[in-house]
Write a protein that binds this ligand. Sequence first.
Ligand SMILES: Nc1nc2c(c(=O)[nH]1)N(C=O)[C@@H](CNc1ccc(C(=O)N[C@@H](CCC(=O)O)C(=O)O)cc1)CN2
Ligand SMILES: Nc1ncnc2c1ncn2[C@@H]1O[C@H](COP(=O)(O)OP(=O)(O)OP(=O)(O)O)[C@@H](O)[C@H]1O
Length: 199
Amino acid sequence: MVAPHVSSPDSDPPVLAAAKADLRRRLMAGRAPPAAAHAREALCRRMLGCVRDAVPAGAAVAAVWPLPGEIDLRALCAHLHDDGYRVLLPETPPRGQALRFRLWRPGARMVPGRFGTAHPDGPAGRPDFVFVPLLAFDRRGFRLGYGGGYYDRTLAGLAPVPAMGYGLAAQEVPEVPTGRHDIPLPVVVTERETIRCGA
Ligand SMILES: Nc1nc2c(c(=O)[nH]1)N(C=O)[C@@H](CNc1ccc(C(=O)N[C@@H](CCC(=O)O)C(=O)O)cc1)CN2
Ligand SMILES: Nc1ncnc2c1ncn2[C@@H]1O[C@H](COP(=O)(O)OP(=O)(O)OP(=O)(O)O)[C@@H](O)[C@H]1O
């Protein structure tokens, strides 16, 4: 089930919501087969380097547990843990609320959540650094997600926390449709490059 659209005065205007939904549909329909192992490994190496450059060991780093068709960050989570970082994963609340993050450790029990997500049963924590999943991104740092508005709400509530989008180079589009709640990411990392957006 795709996140249900409940309109509120805060929602995107209908024309924008339709443009995002249309792009989302096209991207999901045309989604490439799961990333080749070497592309995912190159991306995760870059992501690990970005964390090491940004925050010291002991910091809490938010990643995600993969949904079908997404880049799998589980090996990265294990590397971060081995490096001494605390790894947090999101718990998906009802639509309209910010994500909550819970501590993950290798072997943690994963609890099924909304929209097919899963979260660890560890204690809640506040991230010092956030990796942001995306369906598509552009060079300005705007992203399109699954349409829950979760990351915009979450980052607005956590600011200023270092946040970095991640995805494959193939997920780049010329221009993501945006509204007043969309916050551009300062950095998007792909298997090929670390894009300083707006630079
Ligand atoms: N791995 C992962 N975890 C995440 C996110 C994400 O993008 N990726 N989120 C980012 O905000 C939040 C969950 N948000 C979501 C909102 C809606 C749907 C959804 O409607 N999914 C459709 C499947 C879409 C498809 O066809 O692939 C479904 O469940 O049917 C999924 C996640 C928190 N956790
Ligand atoms: N901070 C916010 N406050 C109020 N409404 C918001 C906020 N952020 C996003 N929204 C609204 O939530 C709805 C979904 O947003 P959008 O389509 O941009 O989701 P998304 O970024 O693709 O999803 P996700 O972050 O869950 O991956 C839109 O109507 C948007 O206006």
